[in-house]
Design a protein around this ligand. Structure first.
Ligand code: HEM
Ligand SMILES: [Cu+2]
Length: 685
């Protein structure tokens, strides 16, 4: 039975309900459009878009920092940046690209796609989700405010002690790094909890774990990694904070402390962190390759299990970052072996992706080009990683440009290629129009060539002895030519990014319509209009198989050939949107988040009263949030607690477990803020 959208309850209705509004602060905001609606939104789709826009803005920041580095190193004896300015720029470049670009871009996809892919109306804790976004933004702004407040962090993205102690870094530079990462850590941890609960509790009927898209699996594994990794860096940062602000000596050798403790703690977090950076992109590529090869993913269960295996094995390799610190042959050999072993599940994935394309009918559209680019570049990065695992080799390579080459092939060649493929793939679903394919292909080739011209030479520079983190180098070291080549490459990358921005502006202007399934895809999100209505599914779908949407569209004839099933023309049935219960907007998550940087600035500058104010903002908003009516008073519906779904916080519950959904009358505040342009007859139940 097909469905037709009832005209959404318009604002005025709600306004009428105001006559019964409760007095005071706790009255829920009602705006569904404009800036206020974005500041108070708890809609996973809007929060996903906020993460995406913010992270892409920081990509531009990190990119400019990268160009400054490359300009400084383009010629020997560069004078563009002083030594300290250079330290600030590369530290912020690395920190930005990891914590403010790749992680939040992944979170953007987690937020926008997970509920759509599992057949849910939102995440388990919508206001907590808003809190995690605003907290991320507060952490990012605090970190970058350092440029205006005396100097940005300058101790490298892994902040080795005792270089980052108050003795060797007396300014506030490192304090900004500590508090910035602490606040970002809260955002990531909260978000991880949200996605674990959502994926384990809010799947549509029939969406068993092994019918979930690989992207959802990688979201789950990354969230568990975040849950266990963030506490480790949090403790390390607290120890460093106590050393710097309160005279402790955790890392001070002279007072019995141990700088190696920092390295162990940082890389115990740091290596799982690199999988937190790559697994989402691996999930994205595992969605794109089957669609553009018109074949199911080869070895779906193996791809899933190798992701889980990487999630576990990623905890047993951290010492490969410390092969040169003198831990002794036993430790070094053991971690060499574990590091080589982790190449196995990674290699398995690469073979499965190649096998998916093998004998497929490939459509080389932009998402597919980036996905294939991912597989090729990540393989190169993985191979140089294996050379690091051979510890005598690593002795030559550690702290040289060979290492810089390695992590750019896996983080840029891997994560960013995958993410860019995802942007082109899901853009039509998110915004209801497509990006230009012609400009997309031009961007891809410049991006691909620029990438290899920039980072390929780093392998040569590293093996010919060029250390990383030097702000200049003398003439005649044999590094002049390849540094110039690398800098030219960096500007080719920059040009490709400008073409992307032009593509966005141009496509937004002409808005080529796309329909709900422009790529002939396989997963649930493509059953919905583009963009989806605020409540996602008019009816919670019932899932019967992996790639459920594909199997609704295609069957096999007697010879096993793929045949399109006749479209089921069914009479449209009315959907009463106002009967669909959705969480109401709230501004308390934003206020709670703002309390965190206020606390940090107070601690950093010793203005403890300011910290108290920040603490009160946080606690006050959390209480108000807890006391906020879970839905508008005029909405006659069963209290949420009953149907709160396994372990979901009733105060925040949006959805009952799907099988109960039908029974609960809903509120009207769920009016879709995004105009659903498509009559939902296109949505098959
Ligand atoms: C846009 C093009 C990029 C260029 C031209 C570039 C260039 C560089 C260079 C030359 C360095 C070495 C600085 C030094 O050791 O003195 C560096 C460091 C680094 N880059 Fe990039 N990079 C780019 C993109 C990225 C991306 C996308 C990521 C991660 C997702 C990333 C992560 C890092 C990290 C973590 C460091 C180490 C910083 C440190 O030593 O503390 N970079 N980059
Ligand atoms: Cu590692």
């Amino acid at each position: 039975m097909a469905t037709v959208l009832e005209p959404a309850q318009t604002e005025p209705d709600v306004v009428d309900a105001d006559v019964v509004e409760e007095p005071g602060l706790l009255r829920r905001p009602q705006a569904t459009t404009g800036l206020w609606s974005w500041l108070t939104t708890v809609d996973h789709k809007k929060i996903g878009i906020l993460y995406g826009l913010t992270a892409f803005t920081f990509f531009l920041f990190g990119g400019v920092e990268a160009l400054l580095i490359r300009l400084q190193l383009a010629r020997p004896n560069g004078t563009l940046l002083s030594a300290d300015a250079y330290n600030q720029v590369f530290t912020m470049h690395g920190t930005t690209m990891i914590f403010l670009v790749v992680m939040p871009l992944s979170a953007a996809f987690f937020n926008y796609l997970t509920p759509l892919m599992i057949g849910a109306r939102d995440v388990a804790f919508p206001r907590l989700n808003a809190f995690s976004y605003w907290t991320f933004l507060c952490g990012a702004l605090l970190l970058n405010s350092s440029f205006l407040l005396g100097g940005a962090p300058n101790g490298g993205w892994f902040g080795y002690a005792p270089n980052t102690s108050i003795t060797f870094s007396p300014g506030h530079n490192i304090d900004f790094w500590i508090f910035g990462l602490q606040i970002l850590g809260i955002a990531s941890t909260v978000s991880a909890v949200n996605f674990i609960v959502t994926i384990l509790n809010l799947r549509a009927p029939g969406m068993t774990l092994f019918r979930m898209p690989v992207f959802v699996w990688m979201t789950l594994v990354s969230s568990f990694l975040l849950l266990f990794a963030m506490p480790i860096i949090t403790i390390a940062l607290f120890l460093l904070m106590f050393d710097r602000l309160f005279g402790a000596n955790f890392f001070n050798t002279a007072a019995g402390g141990n700088p190696l403790l920092w390295q162990h703690l940082f890389w115990l977090f740091g290596h799982p962190e690199v999988y937190i950076l790559i697994l989402p992109a691996m999930g994205i590529v595992s969605e794109i390759l089957p669609v553009f090869s018109r074949k199911p993913l080869f070895g779906y269960p193996v791809v899933v299990f190798s992701g889980i295996a990487i999630g576990f094995m990623g905890w047993g390799v951290w010492v490969h970052h410390m092969f040169a610190v003198g831990l002794g042959p036993v430790a070094v050999s053991a971690f060499s072996v574990t590091t080589m072993l982790i190449a196995v599940p990674t290699g398995v994935k690469i073979f499965n992706w190649i096998a998916t394309m093998w004998r497929g009918s490939l459509r080389l559209q932009t998402p597919m080009l980036f996905a294939i680019g991912f597989v090729a570049m990540f393989t190169i990065g993985g191979l140089s990683g294996v050379t690091h695992a051979v510890s005598p080799h690593d002795r030559q390579q550690t702290d040289t440009y060979y290492v810089v080459a390695h992590f750019h092939y896996v983080l840029f060649g891997g994560s960013l290629f995958g993410i860019m493929g995802g942007i082109f793939y899901w853009w039509p679903k998110i915004f209801g129009y497509g990006l230009s394919e012609r400009l997309g292909k031009l961007q891809f080739w410049l991006w691909f060539i620029g990438f290899n011209v920039t980072f390929g030479p780093f392998h040569i520079l590293g093996l010919s002895g060029m250390p990383r983190r030097i702000y200049t180098y003398p003439k005649g070291m044999g590094w002049d030519f390849w540094n110039l080549v690398a800098t030219i490459g960096a500007f080719v990358i920059a040009t490709s990014v400008l073409i992307f921005l032009y593509n966005v502006a141009h496509s937004r202007r002409v808005r080529p319509p796309v329909g709900h399934d422009p790529w002939d895809a396989r997963t649930l999100e493509w059953t919905l209009p583009s963009p989806p209505p605020a409540y996602n599914f008019a009816e919670i779908p019932v899932v019967h198989s992996l790639d459920d949407f594909w199997h609704r569209k295609y069957g096999e004839d007697a010879e096993g050939r793929l045949v399109k099933k006749p479209a089921t023309e069914e009479p449209a049935t009315a959907v009463d949107e106002s009967a669909i219960h959705m969480p109401s907007p709230s501004y308390f998550p934003l206020i709670a988040s703002l309390g965190l940087p206020v606390m940090a600035y107070g601690l950093m500058y010793g203005a403890y009263l300011v910290s108290v104010v920040g603490g009160l903002m946080l606690i006050g908003a959390l209480y108000a949030w807890a006391l906020e009516p879970s839905a508008e008073p005029h909405e006659p519906h069963e209290p949420h607690t009953e149907g709160g779904g396994g372990g979901v916080d009733p105060g925040d519950a949006v959805l009952q477990p799907p099988e109960e959904a039908e029974s609960v009358p809903a509120t009207s505040t769920a009016t879709s803020t995004e105009p659903s342009t498509e009559p939902s007859t296109e949505v098959t139940p």
